[in-house]
Design a protein around this ligand. Structure first.
Ligand SMILES: C[S@@+](CC[C@H](N)C(=O)[O-])C[C@H]1O[C@@H](n2cnc3c(N)ncnc32)[C@H](O)[C@@H]1O
Length: 269
């Protein structure tokens, strides 16, 4: 287990989404409370329905990596997937198991790292990992691990943070310009202030490790392993000034194709 893994175990045991749940007035893990959380989540990220093929997972072997509050897990289970969940921390694994118990679904949720996925080669028909691999400390290895456990011809959806989003251009235009001109495959850990702008816990502490990747870097690197790679930027936040004056759906439609915070990458093995 890597040093970053150890730090991630401690940090992510507080479920990602805990601050949001508090803001929504959620105080327990009852069915009604989790539904409130999930409704907010899919309302805020409606394009998840475009990227995750829920209607096609029934009876298929599906692996989700990085579970957080378990919203995607629940939807995959409800859609009839033969669901396997993997997370570095106990808390998210327990939450996925709790959701499965409430649904009466037999699932396999285990604690482990995306850097050493505890499954044999070519196990899964679909792998989905939203907002996780960029926290592992070794994004390249994590992406190769996703490739390893996928069956040939099958898809993965990987969401990672965009190194060329509006947030990066506003913070450091010169660095963004250089990166656009010359891809950087080092994917080193960002400084704490930038990490904090993306993920922090209730104490205001930033996630231990966050790396950023540009659309071009993602495509170039993943095409070494996958037969096809499609990268779509998504998500414009309220810290982007023009987005404060128009509805979020319009801000997303106008700006996310060039400046979105998150990259949704569909790779076919
Ligand atoms: C930002 S949260 C995203 C959670 C969820 N997918 C969502 O969209 O809300 C990142 C998740 O990745 C998990 N994670 C971080 N490093 C990991 C690793 N090396 N292996 C597996 N999971 C990891 C964390 O425990 C956390 O649940």
């Amino acid at each position: 287990m890597s040093a970053v893994d150890e730090k991630n175990i401690a940090f992510w045991n507080e479920l990602c989404g805990t601050i949001l749940a508090t803001q929504l007035g959620i105080k327990d893990n009852s069915e009604a409370s989790l539904k409130k959380f999930d409704d907010w989540y899919f309302d805020f990220y409606p394009y998840l329905y475009d990227h995750i093929p829920f209607s096609k997972v029934s009876g298929r072997n599906v692996l989700e990596i990085g579970l957080g509050y378990g919203t995607v897990a629940q939807k995959l289970m409800e859609s009839g997937a033969n669901y396997h969940g993997l997370d570095i921390a106990d808390g998210p694994v327990a939450m996925a198991q709790h959701r499965a118990d409430m649904l009466g679904k037999p699932i396999k949720a285990s604690q482990g790292s995306a850097l050493a996925i505890p499954y044999p080669d070519e196990t899964f028909d679909f792998v989905v990992t939203i907002g996780c691999l960029h926290h592992t400390g070794d994004l390249a290895l994590a992406m190769r691990e996703v490739h390893r456990v996928l069956k040939p011809g099958q898809p993965a959806i990987i969401m990672v943070y965009n190194a060329l989003s509006y947030r990066q251009w506003l913070r450091s235009p010169l660095a963004a310009y250089r990166r656009m001109k010359k891809p950087d495959f080092e994917w080193s850990n960002a400084d704490p202030r930038l990490r904090n702008a993306y993920d922090s816990n209730r104490k205001g502490v930033a996630a231990p490790s966050t790396t950023f990747i540009s659309p071009g870097e993602a495509k170039q690197y993943l095409l070494k392993y996958f037969s096809s790679v499609d990268v779509v930027p998504r998500n414009i936040g309220q810290d982007f000034l023009p987005a404060r004056f128009i509805p979020r759906s319009m801000a997303n439609a106008c700006f996310e194709p060039f400046l979105g915070l998150d990259l949704y990458i569909k790779c076919i093995k």
